[in-house]
Design a protein around this ligand. Structure first.
Ligand SMILES: [Zn+2]
Length: 305
């Protein structure tokens, strides 16, 4: 199984267009301690052949740039894509806006929970650009806890509910549901190797069971501290209000998840907000993460399990 990080940033990316915080400013200045990041997206394949086909998890607003930056996702014929399916972890715009860029009448398969699909398609005339023909998009339902087998990709995908929230644009229009936000367990149907993708988690309750049998865990690294945005004067919301468990602190994921996964798998933080101090090489926070054996994802990170 091969995993390629297309985008390791949270919503807004790094630098964020309307932000001149320390991190965003350092990136703009070309400081070598910090690299720019596009928004959350991860590609997975069996990694078994040159003509491999890929599952892309989340379609970020940066999707076109991410595809062009990774030759394995380039078309191999006129009107072709090696992207065999797209799976959505929630309906946040940062994860779905890219779908609108993947039109051009290209047939797509999209995996989503019924709630996420409904939030996208119902009463949304713009999404009809993906329904220009009856067979343009094939929706595949992610029922919680049931593995969807994508035989042609050699991958199985299981959605596991994790604490989340409605997308900001749907708050007040519907009731929250366990289908709003999921982690995905992606399994190589041949080797059994498994990557768990949990880039938005409002509590660590599900983290233990999720990471059992994981050869790699890609975890929510959005914020270092609960009051990160408040302390910087950039917002009023705390990390948990936005359904993200912070990395640092006594209740943070670094302290709570312990030094190792049960099976010894890789532990990698991704979906990292531009304000997070662990983005800077040499920072106290980065050192703390690395000492605990965790890795920090970066755009273009690529590994085989
Ligand atoms: Zn910033």
């Amino acid at each position: 199984m091969r995993v390629h990080i297309l985008g390791s940033g949270a919503g807004g990316g790094l630098p964020q267009w309307n932000c001149a915080c320390d991190n965003c400013s350092l990136v703009r200045a070309g400081d070598p301690s910090i690299a720019p990041r596009t928004q959350d997206s991860i590609a997975v394949s069996r990694g078994s052949s040159d003509d491999e086909r890929w599952l892309v998890v989340n379609a970020s607003p940066d999707v076109l740039r991410q595809i062009e930056g990774f030759a394995s996702l380039w078309p191999r014929a006129a009107r072709h894509t090696p992207i065999g399916a797209i799976a959505l972890t929630n309906g946040d715009l940062d994860h779905v806006v890219g779908l609108l860029s993947l039109r051009e009448s290209q047939p797509l398969r999209i995996l989503a929970t019924p709630q996420v699909r409904s939030g996208l398609v119902d009463r949304n005339a713009v999404l009809r650009t993906l329904a220009r023909s009856a067979d343009q998009v094939t929706w595949i339902t992610l029922d919680l806890g049931r593995e969807v087998r994508l035989e042609d990709l050699g991958l199985g995908v299981t959605a596991v509910p994790v604490a989340g929230k409605l997308p900001v644009h749907l708050v007040g229009l519907g009731d929250p549901s366990p289908e709003d936000n999921v982690a995905l367990r992606v399994r190589d149907l041949g080797s059994g190797r498994t990557v768990v993708i949990a880039t938005a988690m409002g509590s660590l309750e599900a983290a233990g069971p999720l990471s059992e049998h994981a050869d790699a865990l890609l975890l929510d690294g959005t914020f270092w501290s609960e009051d990160e945005l408040v302390a910087l004067g950039l917002g009023k919301a705390h990390a948990r209000d936005m359904a993200h468990v912070p990395v640092g602190g006594a209740d943070g994921s670094l302290a709570r998840l312990g030094p190792a996964l049960p099976g010894g798998g890789r532990r990698i933080y991704t979906h990292i907000n531009n304000t997070n101090p662990m983005l800077r090489a040499g920072s106290r926070e980065r050192t703390e993460v690395e000492r605990a054996g965790w890795e920090i994802a970066f755009d273009g990170m690529d590994f085989t399990l």
